[in-house]
Ligand binder design. Structure first.
Ligand code: GLU
Length: 304
C-alpha cells in the first residue's frame, strides 16, 4: 500500500476544508497551543513510519492516556476489573455525572472520566510508584526515552478541575474509590498531561494492532483475548458520545483526546495518529475525524 502518497493526498484535501472546530480552553494551558497545527503519522505492521505535516511536534495526549492505564490494569487484574467499571458505551459526554447515581458509582466504561478515575485509583493500588511505572511503560511502547509529563498542563487542569473533583468524590461516596481523592486526581492529571508526537502515538498503539505483543521487544503484554477486548472498548467508547459516528464513518477502534489527538488501530495492518487541536462540538478533533474517514474510505481498509 502506498501509504505516503495516500497521506499526502488526504492532508492536501483536508487542509482545504474550513475548520469549524475550537481549541479546548477549559484547561487554560491547552488553549496556548497553535490552533493550526496538523500532523499525521502511520506505522505499518513492519514498523515503517509514514508522516505528513506536524507529525513530529509534541502535544498533550489527554484522554488517549486512558487506553494505556486501562490496559495496564487489565493485564494486571484481568476480569476483576469489570467489577469496578463497565464496558458499555455511555452515550454521554466524557465528563458527565448523570449515569453514576443510577448505576451506584460504577462508571459505564474506563474511557469516560468517571471510569478513568477508577482506573487511576487502581493504578495507585497496584503499582508502587505508578507515575514512574506509567512513564517507563510509555517510553518502552513509543521507543522514546524522552516522553514526559507536562507539569504545567497537569497543574493547569488541577487548578480548574472542579468536575473531576466532583466525580471522584461522588464515586468515593459509593465506595468505588479506595484512595484519597487528591491522590487519584493528581495521578489522573499527570497521565493526561503526557506529551507525544503523532509518531510516538502511532508507535505506542502498535501493541493493540499486534495481538498484544510489543513489536520492539517481542514481549507479549496482553493476551490475544485481552487485546481483542481493548480494541472492542476503543471501538465502542473511544470517542465520547460520538463513538457511533466514528464507527459509522471510520470503522476502526480508536481514541481521541481534548488536546486534539486521535489514534486509530487497524489490527494486523497499521496504527495511525492525527493531531489537530480544533475540536468539534463533541470534543473530537475536527480534522482528525475528516482525515481518518478519508483514510479508511480511500484505502478500503477498515475492520468492517
Ligand atoms: N484531562 C481531561 C479531562 O479530564 C481529559 C479529557 C479528554 O481528553 O477527553 O477533562
Amino acid at each position: 500500500m502506498a501509504y505516503q502518497d495516500i497521506l499526502d493526498g488526504i492532508y492536501n484535501e483536508v487542509i482545504q476544508i474550513e475548520n469549524t472546530g475550537k481549541v479546548a480552553d477549559y484547561i487554560p494551558e491547552l488553549a496556548k497551543v497553535d490552533a493550526n497545527k496538523f500532523g499525521i503519522a502511520l506505522v505499518d505492521k513492519h514498523q515503517n513510519v509514514f508522516t505528513k505535516g506536524d507529525a513530529l511536534e509534541k502535544f498533550s495526549i489527554q484522554s488517549i492516556s486512558k487506553v494505556i492505564t486501562t490496559s495496564l490494569i487489565f493485564s494486571k487484574i484481568g476480569n476483576d476489573l469489570w467489577e469496578r467499571v463497565g464496558y458499555e458505551p455511555s452515550g454521554n459526554s466524557f465528563n458527565s455525572l448523570v449515569q453514576l447515581e443510577n448505576e451506584n458509582g460504577i462508571p459505564r466504561n474506563p474511557f469516560i472520566n468517571a471510569g478513568a478515575l477508577v482506573i487511576a485509583d487502581l493504578m495507585l493500588d497496584h503499582f508502587e510508584n505508578p507515575k514512574k511505572f506509567l512513564l517507563d511503560f510509555v517510553r518502552d511502547l513509543t521507543e522514546n526515552p524522552n516522553i514526559n509529563y507536562n507539569e504545567n498542563v497537569a497543574q493547569s487542569e488541577k487548578a480548574f478541575g472542579y468536575r473531576n473533583a466532583a466525580l471522584v468524590n461522588f464515586i468515593k461516596s459509593f465506595g468505588n474509590i479506595k484512595n484519597e481523592p487528591e491522590a487519584v486526581l493528581d495521578f489522573y492529571y499527570h497521565q493526561c498531561s503526557i506529551e507525544m508526537t503523532c509518531v510516538d502515538l502511532a508507535k505506542c498503539f502498535q501493541v493493540f494492532s499486534n495481538n498484544g505483543v510489543i513489536p520492539k521487544s517481542d514481549k507479549k503484554f496482553l493476551s490475544t483475548s485481552k487485546c481483542k477486548r481493548m480494541n472492542a472498548l476503543m471501538q465502542m467508547c473511544g470517542f465520547y458520545d460520538q463513538a457511533g459516528e466514528f464507527t459509522f464513518k471510520v470503522g476502526l477502534p480508536g481514541k481521541s483526546g481534548v488536546g486534539g489527538g486521535v489514534v486509530a488501530v487497524f489490527p494486523n495492518h497499521y496504527t495511525v495518529a492525527v493531531w489537530s487541536p480544533k475540536l468539534n462540538k463533541k470534543g473530537n478533533s475536527f480534522y482528525g475525524l475528516e482525515t481518518l474517514e478519508r483514510l479508511t474510505t480511500e484505502t478500503s481498509l477498515s475492520i468492517f
